[in-house]
Design a protein around this ligand. Structure first.
Ligand SMILES: Cc1cc2nc3c(=O)[nH]c(=O)nc-3n(C[C@H](O)[C@H](O)[C@H](O)COP(=O)(O)OP(=O)(O)OC[C@H]3O[C@@H](n4cnc5c(N)ncnc54)[C@H](O)[C@@H]3O)c2cc1C
Length: 420
């Protein structure tokens, strides 16, 4: 697992370091926002500081393909210094505290930083440890338990599929903020094992009460699951993993069920970093409490959030980040430089592409209140080969060649930066 190695042995007493814009997290959201801020031209890069403890930036979307045997793990990662915009400052120690009253940040080594504007983009933590026994089985190379939510466990899934000789497969999903991602590995595994003629009994256990939160896509995916003979069990949460035994709890009745397995895929529960709530920036679930349309913090006008760590009530995806970034930047400049109110322009756009086989993708696109917001409706009435080609070939290109350079405006295409 990705653990922070920085140990605070003593409080650092050096002078605070100031940045005009501090960005916590150098993941998809932190990179995209820093690259677009630099391109926008209102800031010089040296006045922007990104806090990111990891040396490698991960294109997590690619981990589905790693598990599905369609790409190698090293194709999903690049060194931070290669993807961070030139001259933007990088602090490689994790943030442990923010004081939004004093505009200060403290990192794990005790160093203090100050800011004019703060953007929180710290993603979510994958809490495998909250499922009893899960880490032990995931870390045991002999145990048939894996997960596409971490690249090493995704590599294990690929190996498990290659070596599987038949039996019962279980795919577990906690309440999740993006229901499309877990379905990918179910269908890709089914496709690969069917191609080899392996005899399988597929079971999907979901804590949610439907296959997908949007009725149209739920119906399409439900029909596909039925056609492929996949059994779906709703409102069931994985609580414990033992050697070839998984224990589930009904989310309503709390009744427990034990099931044998020969192959188990785990989607980890996800939670925001503790420093958000501890710094007084969180909502009741600990996500950064921002206005759903402006991305500005509900109490602190110079604090913003986007991506997985934000309270924005939409599916948490990289596609959502691409839609949020230009709005956040515009509002930050409006409120700070132009002294104008933020515009309520974000309507919750998000997109979840679901591989239904290794040749087709169902592209789900929607916004707040479960409203469809489709870009290519003609290809979105069911799973499609065209969407597959976009997802497999174009999206990774857009990410590595356009997004990290601040040139990708999501479905608005190339960003031209004409100003606010
Ligand atoms: C298997 C998988 C498949 C996916 N498939 C898709 C897909 O098909 N389409 C799609 O659009 N999205 C997909 N996603 C979702 C997408 O990857 C996320 O929504 C996106 O990465 C969110 O970006 P983020 O910057 O908010 O979080 P992240 O990219 O997770 O970045 C957060 C960063 O913050 C850093 N950080 C955390 N704590 C601290 C701290 N205390 N101090 C400093 N830095 C900190 C972390 O190290 C990390 O680098 C997928 C995700 C997974 C795991």
């Amino acid at each position: 697992m990705r653990n922070f190695n920085h140990v605070s042995l003593y409080a650092f007493t050096a002078r605070a370091i100031h940045s005009q814009v501090a960005i916590i997290g150098g993941g998809t959201a932190g990179l995209n926002v820093s690259a677009q801020l630099v391109r926008d031209g209102h800031y010089i890069p040296q006045q922007i500081r990104v806090f990111e403890p990891y040396k490698m930036h991960a294109y997590q979307t690619g981990w589905t393909l790693v598990g599905g045997g369609m790409c190698k793990a090293d194709q999903t990662m690049k060194p931070m210094e290669k993807v961070l915009p030139k001259n933007v400052c990088l602090s490689d120690c994790p943030v442990v505290k923010i004081d939004p009253e004093q505009n200060t940040i403290v990192t794990m080594d005790g160093q203090k930083y100050t800011y004019d504007q703060l953007i929180v983009a710290s993603g979510v933590q994958r809490d495998y440890a909250s499922i009893k026994g899960a880490l032990e089985q995931l870390n045991n190379p002999e145990a048939p338990v894996g997960s596409i939510y971490y690249y090493r466990y995704a590599q294990k899934i690929d190996k498990m599929i290659k070596e599987f000789e038949g039996g019962k497969l279980i795919f577990s999903e906690p309440p999740t903020k993006c229901e499309g991602i877990p379905s990918n590995i179910v269908f890709l595994t089914h496709e690969r094992l069917s191609a080899r003629g392996v005899k399988c009994d597929f079971h999907v256990y979901k804590a949610n009460d439907s296959i997908f939160g949007i009725p149209k896509y739920s119906q399409i995916l439900g029909e596909l699951a039925h056609e492929k003979g996949l059994h779906c069990h709703l409102k069931k949460r994985l609580i414990e993993v033992q050697d070839h035994k998984a224990i589930f709890e009904d989310v309503e009745t709390k009744q427990q069920y034990t099931s044998d397995y020969d192959f188990l895929h785990i989607v980890p529960p996800q939670k925001p970093a503790a420093f958000i709530a501890e710094s007084g920036l969180g909502d009741s679930d600990g996500y950064v409490n921002v206005h759903p349309n402006t991305l500005q913090h509900v109490r602190y006008a110079n604090v913003w959030a986007l991506g997985d760590c934000s309270s924005l009530p939409t599916s948490k995806t990289a596609a959502a980040v691409m839609a949020q970034t230009p709005i956040l930047i515009k509002n930050l400049i409006r409120t700070w430089k132009l002294k104008q109110p933020p515009l309520p322009d974000y309507e919750g756009y998000t997109s979840c592409p679901v591989y239904t086989s290794n040749k087709k993708v169902l592209l789900a696109e929607f916004k707040y209140n479960k409203q469809l917001d489709e870009t290519f409706p003609v290809f979105q009435s069911s799973d499609s080969k065209v969407m597959y080609l976009m997802k497999k070939h174009f999206f990774p290109f857009a990410y590595w060649q356009l997004m990290v350079r601040g040139l990708w405006g999501g479905r608005d295409g190339i960003r031209l930066f004409k100003g606010v």
